[in-house]
Design a protein around this ligand. Sequence first.
Ligand code: FES
Length: 197
Amino acid sequence: MLLAKAELKKYPKGREGSAIISILWIAQKQNKGWLSPDIIDYIAKFLDLPQIRVMEIATFYSMFNLNPVGTHHFQICGTTPCMLSGSENLKSLLREEIGEQSLVSKDNLSWVEVECLGACCNAPVIQINDDYYEDLAVTDLKNIIDDLRSGKEIKPGSYKDRLASAPDNKNMKILTEDEIEEIAKNRNKPGLEAKNA
Ligand code: FES
């Protein structure tokens, strides 16, 4: 409640309803990762908004969970770049290891498929709680699940040891000045051909 009240102070008088996303997020964090109907009602009253306005936001963003989730909640991206990079195989593994999506396993894991997580350069991507796990192969995901089950720390970020979305070392090459010039010279310049034609 203290956090929610502090959040409200960031908004002008009469515009407190604009704090809805932050308030839902705080409430979800404090309720083991999900928003129950009671919480939605409470927030509607707290922000003096119709309950349907709160529901609209809570159902629009996949960051909000309307069902209980596990201590470790996996959100796997199923959008095209991740799908082309192997997310279907990762999904099969999640199904095998954890069960159907949106259910919580006996050992407190859950998963759900979501749309693009905005890290397509590092596809395939899974968000586990607040962190991203990227460039995942099936074996990487299996190791992550095993480590979580045995209480070990897991490493967020790229599993190809890339720095953010920089090329991996295998494909990285520092070009010489001459090589850069050569590439620039031969580069297709869209529009020029049309003009010269
Ligand atoms: S398509 Fe998966 S992160 Fe964008």
